[in-house]
Write a new protein. Structure first.
Length: 112
């Protein structure tokens, strides 16, 4: 999607965290290379601190003004895109939350 939006002025933070039983190690180059773009920074959150800071899946209703979630998250926020408009300060809710990302690709692309 980013390859289609080469002129979009965006910053993308990809946070990898363990969710599935196969996720207990830092993602390798095979995964991280799928999101190869200079506007992207990737992080490994082994302890799921970001999800915990967001309040976990039980707090999805407070994370964004508009939420489109196509599956049930049990305890962590994952496979999600949070879209913030320019000028948003830390702690403010996102404009839009989409999960899973692949299901809402068109909406995500449109928000760029």
């Amino acid at each position: 999607m980013l390859k289609e939006k080469t002129r979009a002025y965006v910053r993308v933070f990809v946070v990898w965290e363990p969710v599935l039983t196969t996720d207990w190690a830092r993602p390798g180059a095979g995964l991280t290379s799928l999101i190869d773009d200079p506007r992207v920074e990737q992080f490994w959150d082994r302890s799921r601190r970001l999800s915990e800071m967001y309040g976990g899946a039980s707090k999805l209703d407070t994370l964004a003004g508009v939420r489109k979630v196509g599956f049930r998250m049990k305890d962590v926020v994952w496979d999600s895109a949070l879209i913030y408009p320019p000028g948003t300060r830390w702690g403010q809710p996102a404009k839009l939350l989409l999960a899973p990302v692949v299901k809402f690709r068109a909406e995500l692309s449109g928000s760029l």
